[in-house]
Design a protein around this ligand. Structure first.
Ligand SMILES: [Zn+2]
Ligand SMILES: [Zn+2]
Length: 302
């Protein structure tokens, strides 16, 4: 079969490789749609610290089951369209022992630490499959990137009484916006790109701030009666926005970081204490997040 392979930073090609065989508990998927993630581009550029080469990328998948391995559950059948959770978990690290499998210390994401789905066929454990009746294959491939934002919303314990500000309206930020809107929070989307803000409004943002034209601090204060947002989710990855989240969040607020900052960040740490803020990291997503995103897309809320 054919596969798209990144041999080393800056060099990729279509290659021939053996069609995978299915082991016990696995299904063989024919890959119909696979999304291109920003992290795939980072891999191509040689800037992804978690990847090794050569690597077949691809972790946002809509596919069709074409073969069932031994012992596969009766809920899965040949011809069925499914999507995939691209993560693994070891079961014994401290994250796994707390049931927080999404941040397993030894996680291997499809297309990052192991070969991914930019192929014709992929063999995968049945536990990693999700059915999503009513969704198109393209929507199925969109579920995974949205789950990352939904998980951040869950980490931030967002409720309908919260005002949530989201720094950055790329694919991950849009997931945060739609996830917070799905919980009926008021959502302020912040970006420098007017087109992305337009998308943010479609995803459920009630207010937008064009941060290169509007004063961020003043506008956030106006929109929150001088308190600052209850929750700020950072989905940009710049030292300035990492700091801004801590500075702009309300007293007793919550800050969630999704991205990796591309440089070291210097903080005025008095805000941590003075405001008694909760600062949280958010990594990957849980099976619950997958189910919530599927429900939201089925309800046509995005
Ligand atoms: Zn991704
Ligand atoms: Zn683990």
């Amino acid at each position: 079969m054919k596969a798209f392979c990144i041999h080393e930073p800056g060099r990729s090609a279509l290659i021939e490789c053996p069609k995978p065989s299915v082991g016990p508990g696995e299904v063989l998927l024919s890959i119909n749609v696979v999304g291109f993630c920003g992290s795939d581009l980072t891999t191509f550029r040689g800037l992804n610290p978690m990847v090794s080469y050569p690597r077949i990328p691809g972790h946002e998948v809509g596919g069709t089951i074409v073969e069932l391995g031994e012992g596969v559950d009766t809920q899965w059948s040949v011809g069925q369209q499914v999507l995939v959770s691209p993560y693994t978990n070891c079961g014994s690290c401290s994250s796994c022992r707390q049931g927080r499998f999404n941040c397993c210390r030894f996680n291997e994401t499809l297309g990052v630490q192991r070969d991914g789905a930019m192929t014709e066929f992929l063999a995968i454990q049945q536990e990693k499959l999700f059915a999503a009746p009513g969704l198109t294959l393209a929507e199925m491939a969109l579920v995974e990137p949205l789950t990352v934002g939904f998980h951040a919303v869950d980490r931030g314990r967002v409720t309908e009484t919260d005002i949530v500000a989201v720094f950055g309206c790329g694919a991950i930020g849009l997931g945060v916006i739609s996830g917070a809107a799905y919980r009926n929070a008021r959502v302020i989307a912040i970006d420098i790109d007017e087109d992305k803000l337009e998308l943010a409004r479609k995803a459920g943002a009630t207010d937008t701030i064009q941060s290169s034209k509007q004063d961020l601090h003043e506008t956030l204060q106006q929109l929150t009666d001088g308190h600052g947002p209850d929750v700020i989710v950072e989905a940009v990855g710049l030292p300035r926005t990492f700091r801004g989240a801590v500075e702009e969040v309300c007293f007793a607020g919550r800050v969630v970081y999704i991205g990796y900052a591309k440089a070291a960040v210097e903080y005025e740490t008095k805000y941590f204490v003075q405001k008694e803020i909760d600062i949280m990291g958010s990594r990957n997503a849980t099976p619950e997040d997958f189910k919530t995103v599927i429900s939201m897309l089925q309800a046509k809320r995005f």
